[in-house]
Design a protein around this ligand. Structure first.
Ligand SMILES: [Zn+2]
Length: 69
């Protein structure tokens, strides 16, 4: 077969572009190395719906439910 998989040997520049630009790549790499600085440790990332931490949500049948105030 000539159509082999070349996805595993993409140049860094291509990987950065696919990751959403250099800043995004830098951010992701930095977070991967050092961990997010402004997020409370062990509590996960804030929910994009209610803003509460994921740890404060209830997991019901595979779905995260926002905490009711
Ligand atoms: Zn939520």
């Amino acid at each position: 077969m000539i159509m082999g998989r070349a996805a595993d040997r993409k140049p860094l520049r291509t990987r950065i572009r696919e990751a959403g630009g250099f800043y995004q790549w830098f951010n992701t790499t930095l977070i991967g190395l050092a961990g997010p600085a402004q997020v409370g440790e062990g509590r996960g990332t804030p929910c994009h719906r209610c803003g509460a931490f994921k740890a404060e949500h209830r997991l019901v049948e595979g779905e995260l439910h926002c905490p009711t105030p």
